[in-house]
Design a protein around this ligand. Structure first.
Ligand code: CA
Length: 245
């Protein structure tokens, strides 16, 4: 597949089944210097984004052929669209609850009817936020453990540890957000994506292998802790000391 050089103008995609609304948003964003691609079908928009990730997606929740939140979840499970910022368009208060119930981080939503000016302001704000907090840090150092995202090297007390690429991905994901609890399903989405046939048990198996490689005492894990009934978290020694005290 051909890769075009990234243009300087931010690319915004909009998926919304109301054609007039797509045109209105397109007109207003273009005026502000954005490139805009509009889709009236969820399926079409999803297929396009998988191949040509945008800088931001404006996504209607109620689409005739799809559910916007479900579509967003599928995009999050894809490597290339994992951190695509999404602004939801919603028509109902009950949808807002569903948006907030998801772990959508720095994203936003706009309630219909909205003014184009408001939406443009939100787009700019989300892009600014994204620019400030891109990607996990390249080097993560916790206790005796050191992860280098660039070289994919892991060291424990200075000694190199051999991890499979999946183990590295899993460890890096957990360690980049210390103390946060992730369910097995969420880890499957984030680390495995949707392409693999895996079950939540798969996560347990990989966590066990990872512990055997990085934990001083695999049966009493210091870093990768089980949170009963919830999932796993990466604990930092300092945070634990704080909790204990
Ligand atoms: Ca709609």
């Amino acid at each position: 597949m051909l890769e075009f050089p990234k243009l300087m103008r931010p690319h915004i995609a909009i998926i919304e089944d109301e054609k007039d609304l797509v045109e209105l948003v397109r007109y207003n964003l273009r005026k502000e210097g954005f490139e805009v691609e509009g889709f009236t079908s969820g399926r079409e928009g999803f297929e396009h984004l998988r191949r040509h990730p945008a800088d931001l997606l404006i996504l209607d929740i109620m689409l005739p052929d799809d559910d916007g939140l479900e579509l967003c979840r599928r995009l999050r499970a894809q490597e290339r669209t994992r951190s695509l910022p999404v602004i939801f368009l919603t028509a109902k208060g009950s949808e807002v609850d569903r948006i907030l119930g998801l772990e959508m981080g720095g994203d936003d939503y706009v309630t219909k009817p909205f003014s184009p000016r408001e939406l443009v302001a939100r787009v700019k704000a989300v892009l600014r936020r994204r620019d400030r907090s891109e990607a996990p840090p390249e080097i993560i150092e916790v206790g005796d453990l050191r992860l280098d995202g660039a070289t994919r090297e892991v060291r424990l007390r200075g000694k190199s540890v051999e991890l499979t690429s999946l183990e590295f991905k899993l460890l890096r994901f957990l360690a980049s957000q210390p103390q946060r609890v992730f369910s097995r399903d969420r880890l499957l989405d984030e680390v495995w994506g949707t392409d693999r046939f895996v079950t939540p048990r798969t996560v347990d198996v990989h966590i066990r292998r990872l512990r055997e490689k990085i934990e001083p005492e695999p049966n009493r894990p210091r870093y990768i802790q089980t949170v009963r009934g919830s999932g796993y978290r990466f604990a930092t020694p300092a945070a634990d000391a704080h909790e204990a005290g």
